[in-house]
Design a protein around this ligand. Sequence first.
Ligand code: IPE
Ligand code: IPE
Ligand code: MG
Length: 243
Amino acid sequence: MSKQASEALVPHHVAIVMDGNGRWAKKRFMNRLVGHRQGLEALRLCISQCMKRGIGVLTVFAFSSENWSRPQEEVSGLMELMGKALTREVPRLHDAGVRIHLVGERKALSARLREGLEQAERLTRDNERLILNVCFNYGGRWDIVQAAARLHEQGLPFTEDNLSSAMAMSHVPDPDLIIRTGGEYRISNFLLWQSAYSELYFSDILWPDFDAAALDAAIEDYAQRERRFGKTSAQVSDQDDAC
Ligand code: IPE
Ligand code: IPE
Ligand code: MG
């Protein structure tokens, strides 16, 4: 494949369920939180690799609506890690031209964490190199319900367009590629609405081990897919020929 053709096949929006941190730590007889810390390192690598590959939007699932049910020690460790990550990573991300968005129910977060996240959003709002959506206290069902409630409040009809505009990710197009690491083949309440036509890619690699080569393998796999959006294969190749 020519370089130009392969560039055209790079997904614009990649979303990742970063799963497997706990098992990564367990395999090493360490606390699960060590795995989460290592997961943050993997995320840092992944962000820079996305920029190298020309990906425009990266959405990561960092904490789900359901993750509150984990042991108290893990939940507070994750909150603390998020706070530390903000202090440590945001200046670097800002310098690299990354625009940060918090996607999720903010009300349940501590005032300190919420302010940190909102400050990161304000600081980076004019950056254009990469949009990074951090799904934190996020659930696909929460998103659909909050969007519907918003339409109801505004007295707007429940159409696909209106609902899409009221969703928490209305600032970006739907993900082209959704990656889940950690060997589980499920969605776990991630991007339920937005994943309607995303290509799905499952990797057995535990998230802390997911490196640049693993991301490249996912992009390579995506490049082989034929996205039909309900049409026939012949229709899609006719369209390509017309380009
Ligand atoms: C994903 O890793 C990170 C979060 C859910 C916060 P896990 O913590 O779910 O890791 P496993 O699945 O137990 O290995
Ligand atoms: C999904 O992983 C959530 C995140 C990666 C933040 P989980 O580990 O929570 O998913 P389940 O419980 O295995 O479905
Ligand atoms: Mg998990």
